[in-house]
Design a protein around this ligand. Structure first.
Ligand SMILES: [Fe+2]
Length: 314
């Protein structure tokens, strides 16, 4: 599929009168109504949804009642699903879905978000050599008025840059690494060990951590992606950055980290963002190749947030 194919479908009616698309923001995202994703859907609608995902970048389906298997079946409309292991307090029966929650096995809030890293802009799985295509998130229990998911349109952010900056960014590659990105953000780089105010582990523990992380990186090879990436489905240029992108390659580490931080701190115009305030039963799929996302704040001591997630491979 290329972008011209997508554009060609823009003004065509969807294949069922029942299915309607309504814009979520001025520039991206659509709410899809008229579909119960626990039901079988026709091949024509499946094909329409695939086009719609890459056209709108985010699709929202409200008031869905989905089992694990039904959610996975929905995600598989868009591609094969990744095996997920990071269940938090709720073991999933289907390996392609997992739960993210801030509560313990008795349903009581544990006082922390399941993955504090997800409060920073990121693209799920960008640390992989073959980054994920899409993420599917289903709201099971959500805090009222809090814990939104924020989305940023990376086509739009790239398009908003001046020509010189675009040209410069086109020359850059970023290394994506889940663990080193967190170390960099938390000021745990070796040259920061003795200069920062941050609480740290004993030196022996830090050395062990570095040995295992660098060992993995040596064994598997570093993962690089262009800062300006042509979207694999649409061919459109998008900034492919975010929290897992921790340094610009071919530079001395501190300089590469500094430049990556500057790029990751680019101001995102509010018109290029969409904030989704969850209701229980909301089902969202987003395109990781053109959208960054992050979870918003909520009262993690009192409020309960239980989500179920699937990740679609490229
Ligand atoms: Fe995420």
């Amino acid at each position: 599929m290329n972008f011209d194919d997508l554009k060609a479908t823009e003004n065509q009616p969807v294949c069922s009168d029942e299915v309607k698309y309504a814009q979520l923001s001025n520039t991206f995202g659509a709410e899809v109504s008229g579909l119960d994703m626990s039901d079988d859907i026709s091949d024509a609608i499946k094909s329409d949804l695939k086009h719609a995902l890459f056209k709108h970048q985010i699709l929202l389906f409200r008031q869905q009642e989905l089992s694990e298997d039904q959610q996975v079946r929905f995600a598989q409309l868009f591609g094969p699903c990744r095996i997920l292991w990071q269940n938090q307090h709720y073991p999933s029966k289907n390996d392609h879905a997992h739960y993210l929650s801030n509560v313990d096995a008795k349903g009581q809030p544990i006082g922390r978000h399941p993955d504090p890293g997800s409060t920073h802009w990121h693209s799920d799985g960008s640390w992989a050599r073959q980054p994920s295509r899409a993420t599917v998130l289903y709201g099971i229990q959500v805090p009222e008025g809090e814990g939104a998911t924020h989305f940023a349109n990376m086509y739009q952010l790239f398009a908003s840059l001046d020509p010189q900056t675009k040209e410069y960014f086109e020359t850059l590659n970023a290394e994506h690494n889940f663990e080193l990105a967190r170390a960099s953000r938390q000021q745990r780089m070796p040259w920061q060990w003795f200069h920062s105010e941050v609480d740290r582990q004993p030196l022996v523990a830090q050395l062990k951590w570095w040995k295992s992380v660098l060992g993995r990186r040596l064994r598997d090879g570093a993962v690089y992606h262009p800062v300006v990436r042509r979207h694999p489905e649409t061919g459109r240029p998008a900034l492919f950055i975010g929290d897992h992108a921790w340094r610009i390659s071919k530079r001395f580490w501190p300089a590469g980290i500094k430049l990556m931080k500057e790029i990751n701190s680019l101001k995102i115009d509010p018109s290029a963002t969409y904030t989704h305030q969850w209701q229980a039963g909301d089902l969202i799929i987003w395109d990781n190749g053109s959208v960054l996302h992050k979870v918003g704040e909520y009262n993690i001591l009192d409020q309960v947030r239980i989500m179920r997630r699937c990740v679609v491979e490229n």
